[in-house]
Design a binder for this molecule. Structure first.
Ligand SMILES: C[S@@+](CC[C@H](N)C(=O)[O-])C[C@H]1O[C@@H](n2cnc3c(N)ncnc32)[C@H](O)[C@@H]1O
Length: 269
């Protein structure tokens, strides 16, 4: 854990990249804690299914050595960096477009030195707002990781349809990762894992009191934020039905055990 993450936890409100509009989206605790929980090994991201993403890129039906990749929702520079690592290859020079309705994670990505080596752009956009349609409609790949679970069941199909409008027809691919199961059980399991995670407990025992207090103050607020999101898919069939209703056909699907995750790649039907 770098010292700067401790500084971030204690003093995030005074930092220029802290932009959460807390009252509007209630995402402050989540976006402050996301890089910390990722570093402690609790939050997992694109590294869990990097071979799947690479396979999609390698088998794009057109010869796209500079594919344009759109990423829907991003928690922090840590997960963004995991995506860059997952797709970096001497044969590929992708351009990555990260969008999120909150600018805190995007500002942290913009500021992270790691990204000076990637071709990327950030966009503050709400997928449920007309500003979203200002994005290019011809991305070779659209990736939505744990994004659908932000929305209630009735809105998930609307979101999928919006994602489908930003992918190149016929040759483009959409990669979705979601967690399948009852939301309460999945979240309970996540927080139990944190309690059992040795690096997290060691770190908490080693930081100064102010950092530990900030962490313990933010944690219940993250838990509340994640509980109030729309929720995971109860089963795979419902996910597939939603994909189909948005005009998407599943090409490939894998489970990412032991994380209850499922990853699918789809094409516009
Ligand atoms: C669970 S996080 C995505 C995490 C991602 N898998 C990662 O590891 O970086 C979901 C993100 O979606 C964003 N979000 C929620 N609703 C949104 C909307 N309507 N439009 C755009 N972004 C949204 C949140 O601000 C949050 O950063």
């Amino acid at each position: 854990m770098t010292g700067s993450l401790s500084d971030w936890l204690i003093g995030y409100r005074a930092r220029s990249e802290f932009r959460c509009r807390s009252k509007q989206h209630g995402c402050e605790a989540y976006h402050v804690m996301a890089p910390v929980l990722y570093t402690l090994g609790l939050f997992k991201s694109y590294e869990s299914y990097a071979p799947f993403i690479r396979n999609v890129l390698q088998h794009l039906p057109i010869n796209a050595s500079n594919p344009c990749i759109l990423v829907a929702g991003v928690a922090s520079e840590k997960s963004a960096s995991a995506l860059c690592d997952a797709i970096s290859s001497p044969h590929l020079a992708p351009e990555i477009h990260f969008f999120d309705r909150c600018s805190t994670p995007l500002c942290r990505i913009d500021n992270a030195r790691r990204f000076q080596r990637c071709r990327f752009k950030t966009h503050v956009l709400d997928i449920l707002n007309s500003s979203y349609t200002t994005l290019n409609a011809h991305h070779e790949v659209v990736i939505a990781d744990s994004f659908l679970r932000q929305f209630p069941s009735g809105t998930k199909r609307t979101v999928l349809k919006a994602l489908a409008t930003r992918v190149r027809p016929v040759t483009g691919r959409i990669v979705i990762r979601e967690h399948v199961g009852a939301t309460e059980e999945l979240l309970a399991d996540l927080w139990n894992r944190l309690a059992a995670l040795e690096p997290a407990q060691t770190w908490l025992g080693s930081v100064d009191e102010r950092t530990a207090a900030a962490f313990l103050d933010l944690l219940p607020r993250v838990q509340e934020y994640m509980k109030e999101a729309g929720g995971s898919y109860a089963d795979t069939d419902t996910l597939i039905a939603d994909l189909n209703s948005a005009g998407l056909r599943v090409e490939d699907m894998v489970r990412c055990a032991p994380d209850y995750g499922i990853v699918v790649s789809c094409v516009l039907d």
